[in-house]
Ligand binder design. Structure first.
Ligand code: MRU
Length: 349
């Protein structure tokens, strides 16, 4: 993908509104939602219309921008106290991806030095734009580091969607696939469909296909067999929160995939921007795991696929313990082994 080419972006900021790609409608319809209020941003995050850890953070940052612009005539003291209420409000939309809280801290923190409401609004807008830009560069660097672990001709497996539409551009786990394409490499990818809401089938398969990358879709229960029989060089996934010791929360099913990869001696890589690493969370046990509505499991496109009233457990994420992770690929380099020390070092480099 060259810089002159167009790509489908998850969010476009238009000054007084956002255009948010409705990821619930993909792959059938490519529709942008016209978002003008912070309440709409909350709703889009909750309903997975915008999803993927970095994209959630970016959307939340612009949610604060929309609110700040709509309240730019408030006296500064009132603006500051209401800003914190809005931050808490958006923080309540989803609990697991730490990028949400990270981005909210950044945009609200950027206003702390302001002398008045007008300046605060400007600083908030600047910071949100900066977060979005920076994410694109971060993803590209992750892709470059990831390529050092791969070679031309490799076949990979991925889970969920950690692609361009889950970030500003390129994605995290999918970044090496885009960069390989730029280099003329021939990488191929198995994408797990990712029940219950099919981010793999609806989003990853679609995204990679659009980019002309050799992608094959499988159902989740085909993963072990595919790993064993299709000469998979590595599994590469994204993440929602990496604890200080390297334990990693990602889409439900990731842990099972890591166990399978370990049993078969296949490297298991996590692609993670520093914005997804949470040094304040010591281990995976401390990561809050979102539970989502039962209908995601009992229904398919509005039609029931399970008996009415059946009990359902629907955790959206699981935690892969660090000992199952071969390496964590960040924009500052690759950690492998002593994650506690290496991840902390990335923040000081
Ligand atoms: O529930 P989702 O679709 O927001 O879950 C997304 C994932 O688990 C992704 O793998 C993760 O956020 C990384 S996106 C670069």
């Amino acid at each position: 993908m060259s810089t002159t080419e167009t790509w489908i972006s998850s969010l476009r900021y238009k000054g007084d509104h956002l255009l948010l790609l409705d990821q619930q409608q993909l792959p059938r319809h490519t529709v942008y939602i016209n978002v003008t209020t912070i309440e709409q941003v909350w709703d889009c995050i909750k309903k997975l219309q915008v999803r993927g850890a970095p994209a959630i953070g970016i959307a939340a940052a612009f949610g604060i921008v929309l609110w700040a612009k709509a309240n730019n005539s408030l006296p500064y003291d009132e603006f500051k106290s209401k800003l914190l209420q809005q931050k808490a409000y958006l923080a309540g939309s989803r609990p697991t991806a730490v990028n949400l809280f990270w981005a909210l801290d950044r945009v609200t923190g950027s206003a702390e030095q302001a002398r008045d409401t007008e300046e605060a609004v400007q600083l908030i807008e600047q910071e949100a734009l900066f977060i979005q830009q920076e994410d694109e560069e971060t993803c590209r660097k992750i892709g470059e580091y990831a390529l050092t672990l791969l070679k031309n001709g490799d076949c990979l497996m991925t889970h969920c969607n950690a692609g361009g539409i889950a970030t500003s551009r390129y994605g995290t786990a999918l970044a090496p696939m885009y960069l390989a394409k730029e280099k003329g490499w021939d990488l191929s990818v198995y994408a797990n469909e990712t029940r219950p809401v099919f981010q793999g089938a609806r989003l990853t398969a679609w995204e990679l296909q659009q980019a002309g990358i050799n992608v094959t879709l499988i159902t989740d229960n085909m993963a072990a067999h595919t790993l064993k029989t299709k000469n998979i060089a590595a599994v590469i996934v994204g993440c929602d929160r990496v604890a200080a010791n390297g334990d990693t929360a990602n889409k439900i099913g990731t842990f099972g995939l890591a166990l399978q990869a370990k049993a078969l001696g296949i490297p298991f890589y996590v692609a993670s921007p520093l914005s997804t690493i949470d040094l304040n969370t010591s281990t995976g046990d401390d990561i809050p795991i979102e539970e989502r509505p039962a209908e995601e499991v009992t229904h398919f496109q509005g039609e029931p696929i399970a008996p009415e009233g059946v009990k359902v457990f629907n955790p959206a994420f699981d935690v892969t313990p660090h000992e199952y992770i071969t390496a964590i690929i960040t924009e500052r380099g690759i950690a492998s082994g002593n994650y506690k020390k290496q991840l902390a070092n990335f923040f000081n480099s």
